[in-house]
Design a protein around this ligand. Structure first.
Ligand code: PGA
Ligand code: ZN
Length: 419
């Protein structure tokens, strides 16, 4: 039974305020969760409530969301059974009363939702991945590690937001982290040698002044090879252009390159990159408002490429079903704060599985030391996670938690690579 709910304002990895919640049960079990925050957010995400008071935290304070946790939400969920996650989440959804959780704030609601699950897991003396996923939860994900940052996550001219590596031939998750780390450090050396900056962006990947995606991809491929791995066999490349960010007036504005591509040209360009580099997955290849483009690319390249919907689905089961019906994308990015409760997140994952869409669990560009998504990835057994680079504790915290989970599972653990 939930006996206390405590919300507080803490800082995220970008130094912005965010919500942290402790849920205390009658037996003393205490779950704690901190809420992440995006920079290149989808238009239809659940709403994070910020104070908008310019005299405090430049308007980005979350004291109103924290007050909702400590006030209305605490009153409504105190006394509820923490094991009844659906009841706790539905109580908050009803209390909020809006479609986008904009009254109390998805940041307030998600903090309570995740902290409730963590408290209940503790009360059961189970790790979170097992409490949520059951005894069958033993699949460790292939990580998509974001080693070059651009777009809204860095100040460089790179139009695409993320260039990631996926160590598919690793023998275990820990081995995948080793491979990724080796490539990351090899890349650092080659950037320094070429006179590029080795400063990192919001997700811990390098953010040099690359002129275009080709230059970034050449450096990444060379770093894979120079680390002793076979691009495409040992390590594949995944992109997140975050195309909604540069879709304007019905075309794709590559500001960094200083050129504009029509929808046709943008599709042709992506397909050309996938022909010339060992790319296995592209997230948000098309903008959230370019459904026709999504349909065309999926028809033309969906057989050979994983096409992951982030902004276009916003972790919403109904939006995903639009994609299933319309025949666009073949995978969905799952971000807990895009939808705002654990119950809805699990429903979206189930919807994806039923439709034959793959699932990639994901962090946000603004993160904290919270590692809940690592456990959720194993709980749902989706086999893929993207949680940033091989540097910065907000990113490595998730990888480190997955290393611990793999160790705990021992011989039961299965690494999703090579599937
Ligand atoms: P965001 O970026 O967290 O800034 O939205 C992540 C992504 O686009 O996948
Ligand atoms: Zn994305």
């Amino acid at each position: 039974t939930i006996s206390r709910v405590i919300g507080r304002q803490i800082l995220d990895s970008r130094g912005n305020p965010t919500v942290e919640v402790d849920v205390v049960l009658a037996d003393g079990s205490t779950g704690r969760a901190a809420v992440p925050s995006g920079a290149s957010t989808g238009a239809n995400e659940a709403v994070e409530v910020r104070d908008g008071d310019p005299t405090r935290f430049h308007g980005r304070g979350v004291s109103r969301a924290v007050a909702a946790v400590n006030g209305a939400i605490a009153s409504a969920v105190t006394g509820l059974d923490a094991e009844d996650q659906a009841l706790v989440d539905e109580t908050m959804i009803a209390l909020d009363g809006t479609k986008d959780k904009g009254r109390l704030g998805a940041n307030a609601i998600l903090g309570v939702s995740l902290a409730t699950a963590k408290a209940a897991a503790l009360a059961h003396r189970q790790p979170l991945y097992r409490y949520v996923g059951g005894v069958g939860a033993r699949l460790l994900p292939v990580p998509m590690m974001n080693i070059v940052n651009g777009g809204a996550h860095a100040d460089n001219p790179l139009d695409f937001q993320e260039f990631m590596i996926a160590p598919v031939s690793a023998s275990s998750f820990a081995d995948a982290v080793r491979m990724g780390s080796e490539v990351f450090h090899t890349l650092r050396r080659s950037l320094a040698k070429a006179g590029h900056s080795t400063n990192v962006g919001d997700e811990g990947g390098f953010a040099p002044d690359f002129a275009n995606a080709d230059e970034a991809l050449q450096f990444v491929v060379r770093a894979i090879e120079d680390s002793g791995y076979q691009p495409g066999t040992d390590i594949t490349i995944c992109l997140d252009p975050a195309s909604s960010e540069f879709f304007r007036g019905g075309a794709y504005e590559y500001a960094g390159e200083g050129r504009r591509r029509t929808i046709e040209e943008h599709i042709a360009y992506l397909k050309d990159l996938a022909d010339r580099y060992p790319i296995s997955s592209i997230e948000d290849p098309m903008a959230q408002d370019d459904i026709a483009g999504w349909e065309q690319l999926t028809a033309e390249a969906g057989e050979r490429l994983q096409l992951v919907g982030d902004d276009v689905f916003c972790t919403d089961a109904d939006r995903l079903l639009d994609g299933v019906e319309g025949g666009y994308a073949n995978a969905i990015l799952v971000k807990v704060n895009q939808i705002g409760t654990l119950t809805e997140t699990l429903r979206t994952v189930d919807t994806a599985y039923k439709a034959g869409y793959r699932v990639v669990m994901s962090h946000r560009s603004g993160e904290t030391e919270d590692t809940t998504i690592a456990d959720l990835t194993v709980a749902v057994g989706c086999g893929q996670i993207k949680t940033g680079s091989l540097s910065r504790s907000d990113r490595t915290a998730k990888y480190n938690q997955l290393i611990r989970i793999e160790e705990e599972l021992g011989r039961q653990a299965v690494y999703a690579g090579g599937r």
